[in-house]
Design a protein around this ligand. Structure first.
Ligand code: SF4
Ligand code: SF4
Length: 367
């Protein structure tokens, strides 16, 4: 296992970190599939990773990750505490809510987390999070009190990550990215923003969807050339721990087109790298709609269709009357976005018609 600096925190983190979603049990609204090992097995898997050199373990509060926080706490009690780094997070946006969440996490873990993230910060809640009474300020106070050691912002949004990278209160960023969804990583890298803070990457396997076409080694190699501190891999079995951690994979820049070509042998995904540069005159999140559709094509059908149903038909109505079409000129890949939206609607209509009466998949809200 290789180690990298976590920004200016003074911490050295394993290049591969342990994502705890797959070890959770219960009805947590995270992923439709997870492994649900019992506590003893989950602790053994985390220990196995530790023995392979992993020192970064990432979790979230029970409302988000079920019993993963408790299981991580059990594991932490069995290893020298100073040899592991616990990152925790909560979707709490006001200061009062965040303070309560952190103190409950300390109780669940039976130890204090090292890093605490405001989770899923987006363009709608960011002003609350960054405000004087917001979650970020509450984390800073907990840091001054010695409850946590470092403060983080976790987000899917370039604009939020840019804001966090320029905020002296933030120590660590966390964001998704992989060889398909690499647009935000490229932008952060180009602007030097990833190097300003510690940077923890998640969704390296795209919720497992990319493992149909690529080996763990290819997916991990393909993101290690970025200036990230650590890549979290969701691990629910001993085999997954070994595949991610037993080998030091060399960094390798896999061109976006090459990744598309490989995926294209299995299904036709849209050539969107989720760079988030497209501007919609009606403020729709085009990148999210295209992502849901790609996840649909890659196999997460029910989840993706539930998401698309909430967004794509309203978007199409606006596209039909839109004169500016600012999306097309702002996309560096020159994607024919209005036509793609029309195609997605047709496919969504067909999917729904084929399954008339069948309930849509659960709304997990967070992959
Ligand atoms: S549609 Fe174009 S601009 Fe928008 S996220 Fe995708 S590649 Fe980027
Ligand atoms: S054509 Fe559609 S996606 Fe493009 S700017 Fe207009 S409403 Fe937004």
């Amino acid at each position: 296992m290789r180690y990298r600096k976590l920004g200016d925190t003074g911490l050295s983190v394993s290049e591969i970190g342990f994502g705890t979603i797959p070890i959770l049990s219960g009805d947590a609204p995270v992923l439709p599939e997870y492994y649900s090992p019992d506590t003893e097995t989950a602790v053994s898997i985390m220990r196995d990773a530790f023995d392979m050199g992993c020192n970064l373990y990432d979790t979230a509060i029970p409302a988000e990750y079920g019993d993963a926080e408790y299981k991580l706490g059990r594991f932490a009690a069995g290893v020298p505490r100073e040899e592991i780094i616990i990152a925790d997070k909560a979707r709490k946006y006001t200061g009062e809510e965040m303070r309560g969440a952190v103190l409950r996490s300390c109780g669940n873990l039976k130890t204090d987390p090292d890093i605490y993230f405001v989770h899923q910060v987006d363009e709608k809640n960011a002003d609350t999070v960054f405000s004087p009474n917001g979650a970020l300020e509450a984390l800073c106070l907990l840091k001054r009190e010695g409850v946590i050691r470092f403060v983080g912002i976790a987000s899917h949004y370039y604009s939020v990550l840019e804001r966090a990278a320029n905020d002296a209160r933030v120590d660590v960023l966390q964001a998704p990215g992989n060889i398909l969804e690499c647009g935000v990583l490229n932008r952060l890298e180009e602007n030097g923003l990833m190097r300003r803070k510690g940077f923890i990457l998640n969704k390296v396997y795209a919720a497992g969807l990319l493992t149909q076409a690529f080996s763990p080694g290819e997916l991990i190699s393909g993101i290690l050339h970025y200036s990230i501190s650590s890549a979290l891999i969701g691990i629910g079995t001993f085999e997954q721990a070994t595949a991610a951690m037993a080998i030091e994979y060399p960094p390798c820049d896999i061109p976006f087109q090459e990744a598309l070509d490989v995926l294209g042998r299995r299904c036709d995904v849209i050539a969107c790298d989720r760079c988030q540069r497209c501007v919609c005159s009606y403020h729709h999140e085009i990148h999210s709609v295209l992502r849901y559709f790609n996840y649909f094509r890659l196999g997460k059908e029910a989840w993706a269709m539930e998401k698309l149903a909430m967004h794509v038909f309203g978007l199409r109505r606006h596209c039909m009357r839109c004169r500016e079409r600012s999306c097309v000129s702002s996309c560096p890949r020159s994607l024919p976005i209005p036509a793609l939206i029309g195609m997605i609607c047709l496919e969504a209509d067909k999917w729904r018609a084929d399954r008339k009466g069948q309930p849509l998949g659960r709304d997990d809200g967070s992959i």
